[in-house]
Every structure is written in structure tokens, then in C-alpha cells.
Design a protein around this ligand. Structure first.
Ligand code: FES
Length: 163
């Protein structure tokens, strides 16, 4: 149950209903697990264990197998993500131009590790492969906004935009 829910839990049920419909749709489809997981990720923003248990029962697939499949794809997450996703490119061009310094500063400023979400649920910090904007290296993206040619000292001011 989502404790931060603003609707008394109604949306939680609605989301589960949507998931059940998708499960029904893919129940007899070979390889139907992946599209079901995709839908859950889209609906919840991550893969809640309770919902995976429903998938396990309905599709008759052991939980261990579901975890194994989901862990293979970086798209899937087992934890809720923050309101804003910060992605720092660690592709070659960005790495050479100091992307690791950006990550180190973000970890310090936000008190969070790469791949984790801040305690207030505001930011999730991720390291990614080339974002296709190497001319702007080092590149960081927050939500949809791209920040290029930045230094670690730019980080505090950028984060202020999200206060
Ligand atoms: S290496 Fe970072 S955008 Fe290409």
C-alpha cells in the first residue's frame, strides 16, 4: 500500500486492475512476462514485490525467475524512483571530460549513492552510457533538461532549480 497516496489507496487498486488486465492479455503468449513487466514499470515507476507476486501466481512463473529476468534489463527497477531522475553520462567523451567529478559532487550534495534515491524521494542518481550529446561533454540530464559542459562547482546551483 502506498502510504504517500493522496486518494486513500484508490489509485493503488486501479493500478493493480490495469496490471491484471495486462496479465490476462499475455497469459497465453509465449514470452509474455517481459511486456507484463514493462507495463508494471510504466504504471508504478518500478516493480513492486507485491505486484510481482501476483504476476508469479497468475503466469505460474517462480519469483526467482521473474527477478532473474527483470535484473537482466537496466530498464527495470525494484525500488521506487525519485521525483527527478539525474542521469550523468559516463560514456568515454564525458568520462574524459570529468563526468566522475560530477557524480562525486552529486553524491556529496545529495548524500546518495549512484543507483539510489535520496531519503526525501526527490532525486534518483543514475550513471548512464553515452547519451548521444558528446559535443556537450560532460553531460548530465535531470528529467528532460540537458546540462552540458558543466563542472562539479555548477552542481549546487543546478540543484537549486529543483528546490
Ligand atoms: S559520452 Fe557522454 S554524451 Fe556521449
Amino acid at each position: 500500500m502506498n502510504q504517500n497516496c493522496c486518494c486513500g489507496g484508490k489509485c493503488v487498486d486501479e493500478r493493480l486492475e490495469k496490471v491484471k488486465k495486462v496479465i490476462e492479455e499475455y497469459k497465453t503468449v509465449k514470452g509474455g512476462l517481459i511486456p507484463v513487466l514493462h507495463k508494471i514499470q510504466d504504471i508504478y515507476g518500478y516493480l513492486p514485490e507485491d505486484v510481482l507476486k501476483v504476476v508469479s501466481q497468475e503466469l505460474n512463473i517462480p519469483m526467482a525467475e521473474i527477478f532473474g529476468v527483470a535484473s537482466f534489463y537496466s530498464y527495470f527497477s525494484f525500488e521506487p524512483k525519485g521525483k527527478y531522475i539525474i542521469r550523468v553520462c559516463l560514456g568515454t567523451a564525458c568520462y574524459v571530460k570529468g563526468a566522475q567529478g560530477l557524480i562525486d559532487r552529486l553524491c556529496k550534495e545529495l548524500n546518495v549513492e549512484v543507483g539510489k534515491t535520496t531519503a526525501d524521494g526527490k532525486f534518483t542518481l543514475e550513471a548512464t552510457r553515452c547519451l548521444g550529446a558528446c559535443g556537450l561533454a560532460p553531460v548530465m540530464v535531470i528529467g528532460e533538461k540537458v546540462y552540458g559542459r558543466i563542472t562539479p562547482d555548477d552542481i549546487p546551483n543546478i540543484l537549486k532549480e529543483y528546490e
